[in-house]
Ligand binder design. Structure first.
Ligand code: SF4
Ligand code: SF4
Length: 325
């Protein structure tokens, strides 16, 4: 029963398993130290190839809560594990500068020495009193317990993992190279690691690319947008067929990169379109006449002019690209 309740309670979190999501390091720091903490967070992120989004909440007691987020993907196990580790490296670097961990629990067990001891004891007491059977937040405790002869607690301890993180941060560029090497290892990729499927998985389906796509503004057909092309890419990658008309519509694209500029998942979409078009051309051929007519129509449309004015059209003019491609 408790298991069912827990499943129900955490149902919304299951969506994370469908694709990209956020992960990050979260620390408290005195307000005066925030400029230094923020620049350190940026430096460490750069070192570990992360593009961070930083948020600060100013708290009433004079502290700031710094949230340093970056994109990860829970469907890619190795990437997710390495990204979790990168989060610990960031927290460790910030804690070295006097920040305190924001939360207590499994991942932050390594920083338990830097937590507010009194608060931690209060949390443990409240957990024991309010949930003596351990039904709520199953498996989550302020500190790691004594399972498997205390091995997890020992490995994640400040002495073992804490010193390891400190050492890796000291080695800076060397550890960053090692981490990059591990994360690029094909041996860890999924069996179905197809670049088209990967991009489709990473698409948040937010639709931000639809409203800025000149191809969509002219054709009113969603299949020509970034989101539409990624849905087609998924269909192709899982071996399903599409109609010839659908395939030919997918070629309608100005390569303007407006979609890339607004993409919420920061996807590099143009190489995906190119690969998709290569596969489609092999299976369905390519209608050059339809493409040429489309390019002319877009280039003479006020919607395209408006996008150019907004600085969203970064690619070379569509006609040249299409003729070259
Ligand atoms: S490159 Fe331009 S035309 Fe092509 S899908 Fe992206 S926004 Fe649309
Ligand atoms: S903006 Fe990016 S993430 Fe959002 S639907 Fe378009 S391609 Fe997908």
């Amino acid at each position: 029963m408790a298991h069912l309740l827990s499943n129900e309670r955490y149902f919304p979190m299951k969506f994370r398993k469908l694709g990209p999501g956020m992960m990050g390091a979260e620390v408290f720091a005195p307000r005066a130290a925030l400029p230094q903490i923020v620049s350190e967070a940026l430096r460490v992120c750069l070192q570990y190839d992360l593009e961070p989004m930083i948020e600060i909440h100013f708290l009433s007691g004079g502290d700031g809560l710094l949230l340093c987020y970056y994109i990860t993907d829970q469907t890619r196990q190795l990437k997710y594990t390495i990204d979790s580790f990168r989060g610990l490296l960031i927290s460790s670097a910030l804690i070295e500068l006097g920040a305190r961990p924001y939360s207590s629990g499994v991942w932050n067990h390594v920083f338990s020495e830097n937590s507010d001891k009194e608060e931690l004891r209060g949390l443990e007491k409240a957990k024991r009193e309010m949930d003596p059977q351990g039904i709520m937040n199953m498996g989550k405790y302020p500190r790691l317990g004594g399972r498997l002869a205390g091995l997890p607690a020992a490995l994640f301890s400040p002495e073992v993992l804490g010193n390891g993180l400190r050492l890796l941060n000291l080695l800076g560029p060397i550890s960053s190279k090692v981490i990059k090497l591990i994360s690029s290892g094909r041996a860890f990729d999924r069996a179905d690691d197809d670049p088209l499927l990967r991009a489709a998985d990473e698409c948040a389906m937010c639709g931000a690319c639809v409203g800025v796509c000149p191809a969509y503004l002219v054709t009113k057909d969603e299949r020509v947008t970034g989101r539409g092309k990624l849905l087609t890419a998924r269909t192709m990658s899982v071996g399903e067929g599409i109609s010839t008309e659908h395939a030919h519509r997918t070629f309608l694209c100005m390569r303007c990169k407006a979609c890339e500029q607004v993409c919420q998942s920061k996807l590099q979409l143009i190489p995906v379109y190119e690969e998709l078009e290569r596969r489609l051309a092999r299976l369905y051929g390519k209608d050059n006449e339809e493409i040429a007519k489309f390019v002319k129509q877009v280039e003479s449309s006020p919607a395209y002019d408006a996008l150019v004015e907004r600085g969203l059209v970064l690619g070379a003019p569509g006609r040249d690209l299409r003729e070259g491609g």
